[in-house]
Design a protein around this ligand. Structure first.
Ligand SMILES: Cc1ncc(COP(=O)(O)O)c(C=O)c1O
Length: 288
């Protein structure tokens, strides 16, 4: 049980894993990543995560010279070695080892790192009582500068926002885009519930296309809950009956407050827990 890593297919305890200090992932943040988790020991929607990883790296002009079966085999080996009941999985693909220059022709790569560790679920209290969110002053990267649709290892925008929110007692930061519309959480997508209907910002707001977000939108339809993508303002969050965030690790987490102000009744409403239950059932069925 524990933390194990695979570096270009070599599986070792994570603390023994090495990547060159000349790797572009280290020197430039020139890398993309995915975060997954297992249900029943099996990765959830590995197919969609690999598709997004490839889309992200294609935007940066590099990619893995092998198919999904190689990712799958390496991940299976790693999960088997780690032997965790449930694992948190991080897949990192860097452009490769360079010479600390913008001479991309000199880069030998890519470098594929996978790390697994025991999955630590968020405290049950987060679901029972709701979490505190904070709207960050720092804005989400403009898509014409560094498109948030690219899941890159350049996470400084997210770190600035989360540190600011944590400093104000929140666990997750909500970022607005350059136009002042709600974009997404620092590591999550955001939804509102108003009069029984669910809404979430469109991809055009400049956000990551969250895998949980997509599943939740599809599940809502099956549950008979109207769900739409719509421009949201901070005032819409504060006036909502419920607000919840979605991510691989948090699943569907209801908010209790935003910047200290209660959402709805100041405790989770009826809609988010219904979606969470449907999501967990779906995840157990769809883990490979
Ligand atoms: C910026 C951002 N938005 C949204 C998400 C949620 O994505 P997913 O549901 O695929 O985990 C993440 C996940 O880490 C993220 O970093």
């Amino acid at each position: 049980m524990g933390l194990f890593a695979s570096v270009n297919g070599n599986v070792v305890p994570a603390e023994q894993a090495c990547v060159s200090v000349l790797d572009n992932g280290f020197t430039f943040g020139d890398a993309v990543y995915e975060t997954l988790r297992t249900y029943g020991g099996r990765p959830f929607h590995l197919d969609r995560h690999l598709e997004r990883l490839r889309a992200s790296s294609a935007r940066l002009g590099f990619g893995a010279p092998f198919g999904d079966e190689v990712f799958t085999r390496r991940l299976d080996e790693l999960l088997a070695r780690a032997g965790n009941e449930e694992s948190y999985i991080r897949i990192i693909l860097t452009r490769g080892e360079g010479d600390i220059s913008y001479r991309f022709d000199r880069v030998k790569g890519p470098t594929l790192v996978m790390v697994v560790k025991p999955f630590e679920p968020p405290p049950e209290r987060d679901y029972a009582e709701g979490i505190a969110l904070g709207i960050a002053g720092v804005r989400r990267n403009h898509p014409r500068a560094l498109d948030p649709a690219i899941k890159s290892c350049n996470l400084l925008n997210n770190i600035l926002a989360v540190r600011e929110a944590q400093g104000r007692g929140a666990v997750e930061a909500i970022l607005l885009n350059d136009a002042g519309e709600v974009a997404e959480g620092a590591s999550s997508n955001v939804f509102v519930v108003k009069n029984g209907a669910v809404a979430t910002p469109p991809l055009a707001a400049g956000i990551l296309s969250g895998i949980t977000r997509r599943v939740v939108i599809d599940l809502c339809r099956g549950l008979g809950i109207p769900a739409r993508e719509d421009t949201l303002l901070a005032a819409d969050l504060l006036a909502a009956d419920e607000v919840f965030i979605t991510s691989t690790t948090k699943e569907v987490a209801p908010a209790r407050t935003i910047d200290g102000k209660p959402i709805g009744a100041g405790k989770p409403g009826p809609v988010a827990p219904r979606i969470l239950q449907a999501y967990r059932e779906y995840a157990r069925r769809h883990a490979r």
